[in-house]
Design a protein around this ligand. Sequence first.
Ligand SMILES: NC(=O)c1ccc[n+]([C@@H]2O[C@H](COP(=O)([O-])OP(=O)(O)OC[C@H]3O[C@@H](n4cnc5c(N)ncnc54)[C@H](OP(=O)(O)O)[C@@H]3O)[C@@H](O)[C@H]2O)c1
Length: 334
Amino acid sequence: MGTEIPLQMNAITISEPGDADVMQLTSVTTPTPAAAEVLIRVAAAGINRPDVMQRQGMYPPPPGAPDILGLEVSGSVVAVGEAVTQFEIGDQICALVAGGGYAQYCIASEPLCLRIPENMDMVAAAALPETYFTVWTNIFERGALKSGESLLVHGGSSGIGTTAIQLAKQFGARVFITAGSDEKCQACIDLGADAAINYRSEDFVERIKALTDGQGVNLILDIVGGDYLPRNLKCLAVDGRLVQIALQHGPKVEMNLLPVMLKRLTITGSTLRPRSIEEKSQIADALRDQVWPLLDSAAVRPLIHATFALGEAAEAHRMMELSQHIGKIVLTLE
Ligand SMILES: NC(=O)c1ccc[n+]([C@@H]2O[C@H](COP(=O)([O-])OP(=O)(O)OC[C@H]3O[C@@H](n4cnc5c(N)ncnc54)[C@H](OP(=O)(O)O)[C@@H]3O)[C@@H](O)[C@H]2O)c1
């Protein structure tokens, strides 16, 4: 361990699952890094919808993960385990973590730490890991999006959606999104989306048909599930792929399998958090190689909607639950 690391730290803890007020700023033991881990003094921590679900008791941490909320942080390395070779004390990094981000100090596995992109502040860097890992693995690996193909992103103004739009455009796709207000739709157009569909006032199936001359899209990234499944299948082109990453309308649905056969569709999906360090480190390698240069040149950037102090985590969660945000909400600690 390095010096000047307090034995106790401030963190947001949850006494029992519930609404945003169950989150309290308390004093807990500062964690110690294992051999292949670093300890980060957290400058900022990104908030993600899975944190809200965990707080509500609907998304328990996987075995071995800290029960403190928070899946992504930025900050300075203050201690390194004996097997760490790539980072040293004082390095500024951001990291994907299995939990523990809403705290003054947080443990990260060395392979899941990434340098801060050039000319990027700590708030923006904290907003990168969870959405960039998720979007990369689901759109470009599972979804195999290629240049010249078309993509429909449901929830275009979400943290995930705003990342998906920018990356898919950079890699040469035509991007359509759905969102719940005209303001959110406009924000997605401003980020580069080719068309935006307000799902409250328009039928996205009809719009996608019109936008693609009746052909349908090659790939859909869906966070809605439930009754969206049959409608998504209608939107897919021959050989289309549906990647399911959340189920806001529920996991169960009755479906007609015929279009899956007739259009040779692929339905897949994934969750990031329970995957092994090895699997996540492969995603980190791809991001370093293919995406960090785009962040360095500011070709893509996280969209920050609001920041809150650590002690205001409840307010930050309430903002996310009201769903008025566009992009990311971030906690700041410095
Ligand atoms: N599988 C994974 O590995 C993984 C990892 C991270 C996140 N996720 C999931 O990805 C989603 C986005 O996460 P986030 O952190 O970016 O959260 P977020 O910013 O809070 O986004 C949630 C979004 O869902 C939208 N939404 C709700 N119902 C919709 C509908 N019927 N059609 C279109 N959009 C709808 C909301 O917009 P409106 O209010 O305007 O509808 C909002 O933009 C969450 O569901 C989260 O659980 C999955």
